[in-house]
Design a protein around this ligand. Structure first.
Ligand code: TAP
Length: 489
C-alpha cells in the first residue's frame, strides 16, 4: 500500500483541509509510491498565517544567532544519522541511482544546513565612516516570511539550500516541494521538530504549482519568494511578485557547455564530461549538455566518450551497480524522448542511446544515455534545455570560435573548460558569461561557494555568504552624536 505523507502547518502534521491527495509515482515502475496532501489555497493561507504569527512573535529571530545555528546543526546531524533512510527515499522518489543519493544528495543536504548553522553567528553589519559627529552602522535583519518553491531533481539538497540560509538569518518559511518528488522535503518536518525549531517557523505545504505555488507567490504577507525551477515558471513568478515589489531570487534552467580545447587531457575530459552530462540522468540544471570541441581532437574524444557511454549501466536505481536510473515521470520521459527524435529528424548523428526505452526496462521511465554528433548550432537539441541524459557534440576551429560557441545561448548557469594550459583556462573563464566556470571538472558545488546564473539562468546567488545575505534586509542606522543638536533653520 502507498505510504501516506503529511504536510506541516504551524507545528502540526496534517492533511489538506478538504482531504484531497496527489499520487506520487515510483519512476522505476510507475506504481504509486506515496500519497501526499494536495493543499488548498486556504491551507496555504493558514501556513503563511502561521509563519507570519511566528515572525510577529519574534521568538526565532530573537534567539541568539548561536542558538539558531545550533538548531540547524542539530538538523544536519539528524539527517546524517538517518542518511540511509533519506537516500533510499530520494532514490525511490526521483529515480536517481542509490549510489548518488548516498554519495552526493544526502551528505550535501546535511552540509548545507551545517554550513549555515555555523555561519549564523557571523551575520554581521558594518560601521561606516561618514562625517564628524555621526555614527553610522548597518544591521542585518530577517526579511520576515519567505516562500520557497523547489523542483524535483535534487529535492532534499535544494530544500536545505534554501532552508539553511533563510532560517539562519531568522526568517519564517513556507516551503513547497515539487509534485513529482516531494517526499524527502516532507520528511524534514520531523527533522526540524526534533532539532527544536519552534512551531510555525517552518511550514511545508505540498500540492500543485498552479494552486500552492501561486498562492505563495501572490500572498501579500510573503516578503520574498525564493524559486528554483524552469525559466518559464521563474519569469512568471517574478512578474506576479512585482505587484507588491516582493523580493525574488531565481535559480533557473541551463544549457551549459563543456569547452574542450586542442591541448586537453582527452581521457580526463571524457571522464569529466560523462559526470557532467549524466549525473542524475542528466536532470541537472548545470549539466554539461553541449560539448564544444576543437576539431583537432574531436574524433579521439568522440570515440572514447561513446565507448564509455555505452558501458554505463542503466536500470533499477536501488541496484548499487547502476549509474543511471529512470527519468522522474512518464510526462518527462515523453518530453526527453521527443527531443531525441527531434535531434534525429533535424539531421544530427545519433551515436548511442535513442528515443525508446531500453529492452527489459519498459515499465519505468528509462532512457539510455544518448550522444549526438554532427550537431549544428541551429538545431533544437543544441539550443533548448532537454533536462535528460542527452549530450550534443559540435566541433569548432580554435579558441575564439569555442568561446563564441560557449556564449551562444540564452542561458548562463555554468560552463566547464578542458585544457592543460593555465593561461588559456583562466583567460577563457573570465570571458564566459556564466555563474560558475569549472576548469577540468564539471558539476562540483560547495556550500561555501556562491551558485547561480547569468542571463536567463537566474537572478541572485545561493550558497556561500552571499546566499545568507540574500535572506536579509540591510538596515542603516545613522546616529547624531554631536554635542549640539543638528540645526539647519
Ligand atoms: P518547474 O516546472 O518550473 O517547477 C518548479 C517548481 O515550481 C515546482 O515546485 C512546481 O510545482 C512549481 N510551480 C509550477 N508552476 C508554478 C506556478 N504557476 N507558480 C508557482 N510555482 C509553480 O521546474 P521543474 O520541472 O520542477 O524542474 C526543472 C527545471 O528546474 C529545469 O529548468 C532546471 O534547469 C531547473 N533547475 C534549476 C536549478 C538551479 S539551481 N538553477 C536547480 C534545479 C533545477 P509542481 O511540481 O507542482 O509543478
Amino acid at each position: 500500500m502507498a505510504e501516506k505523507f503529511d504536510m506541516l502547518i504551524d507545528g502540526q502534521k496534517c492533511q489538506a483541509s478538504d482531504g484531497a491527495t496527489l499520487e506520487v509515482l515510483n519512476p522505476a515502475t510507475n506504481e504509486v509510491l506515496a500519497e501526499i496532501p494536495a493543499a488548498t489555497p486556504e491551507d496555504v493561507q493558514r501556513a503563511i498565517g502561521a509563519a507570519s504569527a511566528a515572525h510577529a512573535k519574534g521568538e526565532w529571530a530573537g534567539m541568539t544567532p548561536g542558538a539558531r545555528g545550533d538548531v540547524l546543526l542539530k538538523a544536519a546531524e539528524i539527517i546524517t544519522a538517518r542518511a540511509e533512510e533519506f537516500a533510499r527515499m530520494e532514490t525511490a522518489d526521483v529515480g536517481k541511482p542509490i549510489v548518488e543519493s548516498q554519495a552526493f544528495d544526502i551528505p550535501m543536504a546535511a552540509d548545507h544546513l551545517g554550513y549555515y548553522g555555523r555561519l549564523a553567528v557571523d551575520l554581521v553589519g558594518e560601521t561606516i565612516p561618514t562625517m564628524a559627529g555621526v555614527f553610522d552602522y548597518t544591521l542585518r535583519e530577517p526579511m520576515g516570511v519567505v516562500g520557497e518553491i523547489i523542483p524535483w531533481n535534487f529535492p532534499c539538497v535544494l530544500a536545505c539550500r534554501k532552508l539553511g540560509p533563510s532560517l539562519a538569518a531568522g526568517n519564517c518559511v513556507v516551503i513547497k516541494p515539487a509534485t513529482w518528488a516531494p517526499l524527502t522535503t516532507l520528511m524534514l518536518a520531523d527533522v526540524f521538530a526534533e532539532a527544536g525549531l519552534p512551531a510555525g517557523v517552518l511550514n511545508i505545504v505540498s500540492g500543485t504549482g498552479s494552486t500552492v505555488g501561486q498562492a505563495i507567490t501572490d500572498h501579500p504577507a510573503v516578503h520574498k519568494v525564493s524559486f528554483t525551477g524552469s525559466t518559464e515558471v521563474g519569469c512568471m513568478i517574478m512578474q506576479r511578485a512585482s505587484g507588491e515589489a516582493k523580493g525574488v531570487s531565481l535559480e533557473m534552467g541551463g544549457k551549459s557547455p563543456a569547452v574542450v580545447l586542442a591541448d586537453a587531457d582527452i581521457d580526463g575530459a571524457v571522464e569529466g564530461v560523462l559526470f557532467g552530462a549524466f549525473l542524475n540522468q542528466g536532470e541537472c540544471c548545470c549539466a554539461a549538455t553541449r560539448v564544444c570541441i576543437d576539431s583537432s581532437v574531436h574524433d579521439e574524444f568522440v570515440a572514447k566518450l561513446v565507448a564509455k557511454t555505452k558501458a554505463i549501466k542503466v536500470g533499477d536505481p536501488m541496484d548499487p551497480d547502476v549509474k543511471m536510473g529512470p527519468l522522474v515521470h512518464p510526462d518527462h520521459w515523453d518530453r526527453v524522448s521527443r527531443y531525441i527524435q527531434c535531434g534525429i529528424d533535424e539531421g544530427a548523428t545519433l551515436l548511442c542511446g535513442g528515443p525508446d526505452k531500453p529492452q527489459g526496462l519498459e515499465k519505468g521511465n528509462y532512457i539510455a544515455p544518448t550522444v549526438f554528433g554532427n550537431v549544428t548550432p541551429d538545431m533544437t537539441i543544441y539550443r533548448e534545455e532537454i533536462f535528460g541524459p542527452v549530450l550534443t557534440i559540435t566541433a569548432f576551429d580554435g579558441v575564439e570560435a569555442l568561446v563564441e560557441a560557449a556564449n551562444d545561448t540564452d542561458y548562463g548557469l555554468a560552463a566547464s573548460i578542458w585544457t592543460r594550459d593555465l593561461r588559456n583556462a583562466h583567460t577563457i573563464a573570465s570571458r564566459i558569461a556564466a555563474g560558475t566556470v569549472w576548469l577540468n571538472v564539471h558539476n562540483f558545488v560547495f556550500s561555501q561557494a556562491p551558485y547561480g546564473g547569468y542571463k536567463q539562468s537566474g537572478l541572485g546567488r545561493e550558497l556561500g555568504r552571499e546566499g545568507l545575505l540574500a535572506y536579509t534586509e540591510t538596515k542603516n542606522v545613522i546616529a547624531w552624536l554631536g554635542e549640539q543638536p543638528f540645526a539647519w533653520y
